[in-house]
Design a protein around this ligand. Structure first.
Ligand SMILES: Cc1ncc(COP(=O)(O)O)c(C=O)c1O
Length: 378
């Protein structure tokens, strides 16, 4: 895959990782490109479309790489994120989020005028609001019905509630119901590949079955969209699933490694940090919660990330500007001024804290991307 040079600056070939002041996030470009290609090939092999969740990177140039490798479009959560990607020419967007505020509905409808866009609904009130916004804008909005997959978040229960809501969406003016989707994520997984397979298949089957219920009412459901990084491939193997939306597969992080979803040598994003202090039992780096985020580990007790060179050395606690490393096998040798690479727990929340992403090949900086959709929470 050819590498798309960054939008902020095409940096010189001689600038190296340790020429930049810490802390910052960098991407191993070879690994990222491999992760993009592997997921695209897997989706192709399973006969499903790939619509990666762009909240993981928030960078239009990376979305373009995903699309060049075979993704059909991208998923975003917020209207403001969708605007950033649309402005950058990404033109097939799924806003997988319940948009209900008047100002955001207006923006959503405005956006739908210029780019192919689908939006989400899980309530009658939400459907009515979308319908009114679309009618006022004089257009038709494509709608995906979110099915509740049991994680205690959004979604309408499959069965009678989903059928009633689907009928309501169909009856409302200016809405076109095109599919169902759901998100299960990793919460509640037991460890191990078998569990992921089971949960992933169950996710795909729940969505395919919800789609069948709606088709039996005569509704033309064409899209059945499933899957986060842990569940995407098992869900994609279920007959009837048409699309997957993994996000974190792009970079990996400590949580997906702990889940066994990706190997440590597939992780592509790191926080570069400097040792600023040390004591007998701890090493302090300049990457704290403002660099790594405070998202906790999937497995209790694993802290806030690990040292890429020695996964037994973990960030055991964070202050805003300080990360405290518990001494693992190699931390004993760390000295003040040493630079280290840390794998954060959750890549999406870490990326959201930064303005720039540095792309690195063999220690050489090849691009600096603006994280254009960071902080877009409205
Ligand atoms: C609706 C939806 N789809 C897909 C994803 C992607 O999940 P992951 O980043 O674990 O791959 C998310 C993540 O939060 C999501 O909320």
């Amino acid at each position: 895959m050819t590498f798309f040079a960054g939008s902020i600056a095409e940096v010189t070939q001689t600038l190296r990782l340790d020429h930049l002041p810490t802390p910052f996030l960098y991407v191993d470009l070879d690994r990222m490109n491999s992760n993009i290609d592997v997921m695209a090939a897997a989706a192709r092999g399973l006969g499903v479309h790939l619509r990666p969740h762009a909240k993981t990177h928030k960078v239009p140039e990376i979305a373009r790489l995903q699309i060049a490798a075979g993704a059909t479009g991208i998923t975003v959560a917020k209207v403001s994120e969708a605007e950033v990607f649309a402005d950058a020419g990404i033109d097939d967007l799924f806003v997988a989020y319940q948009v209900v505020a008047p100002a955001q509905l207006e923006r959503l409808a405005r956006l739908a005028r210029s780019v192919p866009l689908r939006c989400a609904v899980d309530s009658r009130e939400g459907a009515e609001l979308l319908s009114r916004a679309a009618t006022d804008a004089g257009l038709e909005l494509s709608v995906m019905l979110e099915i509740d997959l049991g994680i205690g978040r959004t979604g309408v229960r499959a069965g009678v509630p989903a059928c009633e809501l689907a009928q309501r969406v169909t009856d409302l003016p200016s809405l076109k119901l095109i599919g169902v989707y759901g998100f299960r994520g990793f919460r509640g997984f037991a460890e191990g590949a078998e569990s992921r397979e089971t949960w992933g298949r169950a996710e795909g089957e729940a969505l395919a079955s919800a789609a069948e219920d709606l088709r039996s009412m005569g509704l033309p459901i064409v899209e059945v969209s499933a899957g986060s990084t842990p569940t995407a491939l098992p869900a994609a193997g279920v007959r009837g699933v048409t699309e997957i939306r993994p996000g974190q597969y792009l970079f990996g992080c400590a949580n997906v490694v702990a889940q066994g979803v990706m190997r440590a040598d597939e992780v592509a994003l790191f926080a570069r940090a400097t040792v600023i202090s040390r004591a007998d039992d701890r090493v302090i780096v300049d990457a704290g919660s403002k660099t790594l985020s405070t998202d906790e580990s999937w497995k209790p007790g694993l802290g806030f990330g690990y040292l890429a060179s020695d996964p037994s050395t973990r960030v055991v606690s964070v202050w805003e500007e300080h990360g405290v490393l518990g001494l693992g096998e190699s931390a004993g040798g760390l000295r003040v001024g040493d630079r280290v690479s840390i794998v954060p727990n959750h890549v999406c929340t870490a990326v959201n804290l930064h303005d720039r992403l540095v792309g690195v090949h063999d220690d050489r900086i090849e691009a600096v991307w603006k994280i254009a959709a960071r902080g877009r929470i409205q």
